[in-house]
Design a protein around this ligand. Structure first.
Ligand code: ADP
Ligand code: ZN
Length: 222
């Protein structure tokens, strides 16, 4: 009996899978581009379906890479999803029977998402959010930092630095722009480690370095 209690405590410390009843919660998967956030979100949604839960995926319309009704990873793993214009749209499109709500590209959905995610969790939904935690300058990227504060579970994914092969926590922009959001994928962005990251506008030699890949890729997205 005592052993069972200890096991239960250990499991509840490290995993949300132990949660009983219809209590909701928030899980956040954050990190730079190419770090596997979308893959991890889809993995969790698939596991929910295996557990016979009803899941629904959402992504903002601003991320128009590859498809309008699917979450798509950089490795081309796909899952059906609803495309929404705003965080408020998630509630409008949500099937009331849905138990697990997956939201990709959370950094594009604005501060409104924080309240919506909390409302969904308070109403008993398992809410899984994936998004960039820092922008092209390496600054915290709203609303993800706030979501981290409200979350029950946080996963930070790292990519591989395209310069040196070390674990990468930064999204390096390779094209010249001061806009916070420039939608693009390989060729416009690459993963960089702390040491190789250069915030802001890259030097001309690096733009030259990036050029062949810009003409060679068609995809765009967060
Ligand atoms: P994110 O949602 O974080 O942008 P994705 O889940 O869409 O990431 O894609 C992750 C996949 O991207 C990896 O499994 C790998 O195939 C590919 N990939 C491309 N560049 C890198 C990189 N620099 N580091 C790690 N994975 C990369
Ligand atoms: Zn590096």
């Amino acid at each position: 009996m005592r052993l069972r209690l200890v096991n239960m405590m250990l499991r509840s410390k490290f995993s949300m899978e132990f949660v009983a009843g219809n209590m909701g919660w928030i899980e956040v998967i954050c990190g730079p581009m190419f770090s596997g956030k979308s893959e991890e979100l889809m993995r969790r949604l698939r596991r929910a379906v295996i557990a016979r839960k009803r899941g629904q995926g959402f992504r903002p319309v601003i991320d128009n890479r590859y498809s309008h009704n699917e979450i798509v990873s950089h490795s081309d793993i796909r899952m059906r999803s609803e495309t929404v214009n705003s965080a408020a749209d998630i509630v409008k499109v949500l099937d009331w029977r849905t138990q697990v709500v997956g939201i990709d590209e959370a950094n594009f959905l604005g501060s409104e998402l924080v309240e919506i995610a909390n409302q969904l969790a308070d109403s008993g939904k398992q809410v899984i959010l994936a998004g960039l935690d820092t922008d092209y300058m390496g600054r915290p990227f709203s609303p993800v930092p706030d979501l981290l504060a409200f979350a029950e579970s946080i996963t930070k994914t790292l990519a591989i630095c395209m310069r040196c092969g070390n674990p990468a926590k930064h999204t390096q922009r390779l094209v010249e722009s001061d806009d916070l959001i420039v939608v693009g994928a390989a060729g416009m962005y690459e993963a960089r480690c702390r040491r190789c990251f250069e915030p802001g506008i890259p030097k001309q030699e690096y733009l030259e370095f990036a050029r062949p890949r810009i003409s060679g890729t068609g995809g765009d997205g967060g």
